[in-house]
Design a protein around this ligand. Sequence first.
Ligand code: IVH
Length: 719
Amino acid sequence: MPARKTSVRKPAVKPAALAVEQLTRPQAKAELVRLALEIDAHDKRYYQDDAPTISDAAYDGLRRRSDAIEARFPDLLTAASPSQRIGAQPAGRFAKVRHAVPMLSLGNAFSDEDVADFVERVRRFLKLDAEEAPAVVAEPKIDGLSLSLRYEGGELVTAATRGDGFEGEDVTANVRTIDDIPGHLKGRDVPRVCEIRGEVYMTTRDFLELNRKQAEAGEQVFANPRNSAAGSLRQKDPSVTASRPLKFFAYAWGEMSEMPETTQFKMVHWIARTGFVTNPRMKLCASVEEILAYYRDIESRRASLGYDIDGVVYKVDRLDLQQRLGFVSRSPRWAIAHKFAAERATTVMNGIDIQVGRTGALTPVARLEPVTVGGVVVANATLHNEDYIKGIGSDGEPIRGGVDIRVGDTVVVQRAGDVIPQIVEVVLDKRPKHTKAYVFPATCPACGSRAVREEGEAVRRCAGALICPAQAVERLKHFVSRNAFDIEGFGDKQVQEFFDAGLVKSDADIFTLEQRDARSSKKLVDREGYGTVSVRNLFAAINERRRIELHRLIFALGIRHVGEGNAKLLARHYGTIEHFIEAMRAAGKGHDSEAFQDLDAIEGIGDVVAEAVVEFFAEPRNRKALDELLAEIEVLPAQQARRDTPVAGKTVVFTGSLTRFTRDEAKAMAERLGAKVAGSVSKKTDYVVAGDSAGSKLDKARELGVSVLTEDEWLDLVG
Ligand code: IVH
């Protein structure tokens, strides 16, 4: 649809994103929510869908900003914070396996200085002298997929993916087909329980060959070896995995009933003796200089290693020191990943397309002259938003030296093992004469409505929420997506097709499709690409989802800022759809209403989310659409908290750095046992569980006479 010309009353002026030091508390709170949602979505794309959409560098940037804001406002840290999580929930196709020892993530270093800081931090923590550098093992960081392999009595019993770090997917049957992974461990004194961990990967050559075969057979081709390894491992049929050339490097361990060695280096050699392949390039380094020389050496060999690596990992060698160093939330203090700069290529930007998302956000996408970057042909790159094109970063600071991107520019594109690359540089010398700065559209290209940029927002949004076809289609795609209604055989393609045909315009239309089809003279079976069986299957799949869990429904509604996590919090709090709707209507009466206060007080639900939910229900057309949907489906009540445990009904606050479990885990455990987890201490608090260096919350608890427990005492209490 051509864009309708509408005049904008006043140009929306957005204050450039502020430096962390300049943020006020409410701004910080709102931004943490936004960052958590964004990081969440990227985690899901990376871990569950094997289809990331931003570069690792951009992702790391988001996390760094979130960490920096949390460091400035520690009390804004919540269990939903990305710093308290490791990756996304497992995808749900395989049985779940709880890791006996969590599978943690690594902190990142991006420069020589960061590496020196790491060694210095270790030294300070261990109170070593300035000249005393602890020996460090350096090894390539394999760009694959981590696995935990449990051996009991020397026999492989379970193989699990990392998942969210605590619970992964059971891929034992598939893993048994991988040659590099022994079915039983060699050696006489193998401990009773051994969990060996490492990385599944695919060599570059095998990846290219597999893609060639897949393309020839008209099957799925993968974007890179990592996705290919992940896709090959998570097959329903182990014989498919067996046909894929998967390899494995062992480099770590989880639960061990006994430790055969006392250093990292010796442990990895011991693991090799039990029958595993370990990386021959692992090296013991004695100083920062040696570490950095190793890094440069590996970097220079990167292209000829034959497999993808995205950096180098450093680990303190002595295991007793590792033990003393322990962990900070999601990563060990005794190890760090030194990342490589991403791969780059130069090309020309031929144009900018604007895509309209579910919430009306207008996202510019660069159309590039196709170029090969790191073995992948790149034809487009994300441009994020208006400021990004102008050369302004999300923190308000100049990016690319403050240079804007213009159609016709020669640009440097960067990708790092992901799908949508970034433009990191404009080659100004090659800028054609008479180019003009790009003017971001002030109207929606899909419906012609005004595209408005609100204060404090980087994105411009189409204001035609209810008339914009692009938004409607994106909303429907979200509605049927995997973590929402998850209707088999009803994906993006079908949404677009049925929408264009006028068959499905609203959520409820999906559930009335069969009935309407029965009465229609133009039946679905007569459409191209459909037959009796596929139509029958489609209706069966739709009918199967007429009973839906409350949290899925809430997520499916596509309310701004309500991702899966918040949907679960809301579902758990309100229990039933009737109660939820009633409460949201009451909350719409104003911020002073009891219902709004109750919503805002839910742990993990901040002001931004609360506002968004209330706003959604304040729109009569949304309520009408929901009523129509509810006439077609049955919403199952959320699981109610248990009442038969010592902490049922109690309010608990976790504070300080926890070592036995992460905040997320602690919170999930407490909630499973029927306790309510709060973010701040008040007279209503029953227990404060305090980890190391607990601060003001602990003081407050003492002041109010609230019971303070150590982590162990908490575990004793809950049994
Ligand atoms: S050590 C407690 N060593 O990188 C830390 N990880 O960003 C255990 N990875 O989840 C990890 N190569 O999947 C370690 N040589 C290596 C690695 C490696 C790749 C992955 C691993 C981990 C991720 C963290």
